[in-house]
Design a protein around this ligand. Structure first.
Ligand code: ARG
Length: 572
């Protein structure tokens, strides 16, 4: 239980007695004391009493003696609360022996589908897929840790008209040659060559169109070639996930094609519910509330005029399956903000059809773009889209060079290990520490810096704590007595006991920059503590107590970074 909750529980009954109705005491951290409650101000008008009177009466009635060393009315009617050192120490001591670090498992675990990463077959993963992959993986890790049943869905783009030209191109190249090219991760060259032929060569274009028909018709040879494309691409994507320390596995690929058999029933059901309207030969649903610029109703196209199904139909089938057969109640879609409209419409139609009914709900976990130093969409020097692996390799090589420079004592293998952890960590953290709804600038210097809100700063803080224990030749003793007296100890303790609250909030809003910001504040509080309060040189029992603070900080940093998918090397 965190302090906000403890104080809320103590104040709420007193407020209720004074007001005659239940009142939320609105407890929050404060500049003047440790916490403050502002509820008396809001009550004043309703009760027709001066807020200071209300606050004073609440103080008289509330049982605070064991939690607060000081509680007073201040200003126009705030309650200022100073937490007793002993109470705070008690919470820290409880946290230290708690393997979950104050983060309870969910009371009502649910089945959550996290739809993320979702690159497209025979196409290079670009930086948009990086954001989806990093944010989605953090969501999956966090919700799983909270005890939810998490189903990772890598909604691979593996179907549609481009496959006609891709398969034709593959047939032209020869299977062995094509497999070789694709397994090297040269997806872009492959895709562009197919595209170029399609645009320039009418005969090739015609063959491609026939291929699409053959593919949809289930022609065995065509299907075999298509599978080759899918398998090679999946294999390549797996190498990227491994490099990124992402928890997606082969089993999580649920390509768009896997819904093919479910598209017919989707249309039939929509038709039976009388939701389908013909519009220019296409079968559409006009969900309520979805209107264009001039107020004209906007359709979601379920079946195109040529009889084919598109992106929307697949997403509808996926929702129906996820809430139906899979029994999921929370559906997360980690996809860029430009697709917001699409998902709003898909969710609205799914709701109309009864496939998305409470308690089941869907959330678009959107995100902005990654920008280059010029403030525009990140582009390669040649002006093309930036190849994701190139970016990762650059991060690792920069971080490895820095690791060697910063710590010449690291052996070759260890420097490589640290370089990888820091490079990949820096890329992921730069993403997760920014508000996902905004664009951010990819800035190597900044994200690899040891100062500021960066992965290396947090990783360094973690490894430094490890070195305290190594130097002392002692192991942490989580059950040692905790006592707090110094302001820097108290400040650190307040951060430590706040972990559970932050994790709980982020599980709801999936705004990982709040978790990142928390870890940064924790590391900064530790750094101040370590500057001001000697640890190994302190006398017992203070030394033991401070070692508990050190150990707990390291554990929270490690767990927090782990939830973000970031490694914590023991030495840097
Ligand atoms: N493959 C799509 C893209 O690259 C993303 C798919 C997102 N997921 C979904 N269920 N629509 O933009």
């Amino acid at each position: 239980m965190d302090l906000e909750n403890v104080l809320t529980d103590r104040l709420a009954p007193a407020f209720a007695t004074v007001a005659g109705v239940p009142v939320d005491p609105v407890v929050r951290r404060s500049q003047r004391a440790d916490f403050q409650s502002d509820a008396a101000l809001a009550l004043a008008r309703r009760l027709g009493r001066p807020p200071r009177d209300i606050a004073a009466e609440v103080l008289e009635r509330a049982e605070l003696a064991d939690v607060c060393s000081r509680a007073e009315v201040s200003g126009p009617g705030f309650l200022n609360l100073t937490v007793a050192d002993q109470a705070l120490a008690g919470l820290v001591a409880a946290l230290a022996v708690d393997r979950r670090l104050g983060v309870p498992v969910a009371v009502e675990p649910e089945t959550v589908v996290v739809d993320y990463s979702a690159p497209n077959v025979a196409k290079e993963m670009h930086v948009g897929h990086l954001r989806s992959t990093v944010i989605g993986d953090a969501a999956a890790r966090l919700l799983e840790w909270l005890g939810h049943r998490v189903l990772r869905a890598n909604h691979l783009g593996d179907w549609g008209t481009p496959f006609g030209m891709l398969i034709e191109h593959l047939a032209d190249l020869g299977e062995a040659e094509a497999a070789q090219e694709l397994s090297m991760g040269d997806l872009d060259t492959f895709y562009k060559a197919a595209r170029a032929k399609f645009d320039a060569d009418e005969a090739f274009a015609e063959r491609s169109r026939l291929r699409v028909v053959a593919l949809q018709g289930g022609d065995p040879v065509t299907l075999r070639l298509w599978r080759l494309l899918v398998e090679q691409s999946e294999r390549y994507f797996m190498t990227v996930y491994d490099l990124l320390d992402v928890t997606l596995s082969e089993r999580d690929f649920h390509g768009e094609s896997s819904y093919n058999g479910l598209l017919g029933p989707v249309v039939e059901e929509l038709d039976r519910l009388r939701l389908l309207r013909a519009s220019d030969g296409a079968a559409c649903v006009f969900p309520p509330g979805s209107v264009g610029r001039d107020g004209e109703p906007l359709p979601l196209i379920v079946r195109k005029s040529d009889g084919g199904y598109g992106y929307a139909a697949t997403d509808l089938a996926a929702i129906r399956q996820r809430t139906g057969a899979l029994g999921a109640t929370r559906l997360l879609y980690v996809v860029g903000l430009p697709q917001r409209r699409h998902f709003e419409m898909v969710y609205a139609v799914a709701a109309q059809a009864g496939w998305l009914a409470p308690p089941a709900r869907a959330e678009h976990v959107g995100f902005g773009s990654i920008l280059g130093s010029d403030g525009r969409m990140l582009r390669s020097r040649a002006g093309g889209s930036v190849k994701l692996v190139g970016l990762l390799e650059e991060a690792i090589s920069r971080a490895t060079a820095l690791a060697r420079e910063r710590n010449p004592e690291l052996g070759e293998a260890e420097a490589a290990e640290v370089g990888r952890a820091v490079g990949i960590g820096a890329i992921k953290y730069a993403d997760l520490s920014n508000d996902r709804n905004r664009d951010y600038v990819l800035d190597w210097e900044r994200m690899l810096s040891l100062d500021g809100n960066t992965a290396p700063y947090l990783q360094y803080a973690y490894s430094r704590i490890g070195s305290i224990f190594r130097r002392a030749g002692v192991a942490a003793r989580p059950d040692a007595a905790v006592s707090l007296a110094e302001p820097a100890e108290r400040a650190l303790a307040f951060e430590l006991v706040g972990f559970g609250r932050v994790v709980g909030e982020v599980a709801d809003n999936l705004e990982f920059h709040h978790l990142a910001g928390y870890l940064y504040r924790l590391a900064a509080a530790f750094s101040t503590f370590y500057e001001r309060c000697p640890v190994l040189r302190a006398d017992e029992p203070v030394r033991e107590s401070r070692l508990v603070l050190c150990d707990l900080t390291a554990r929270v940093l490690r767990q927090g970074l782990h939830l973000l998918g970031i490694r914590t090397p023991e030495r840097m």
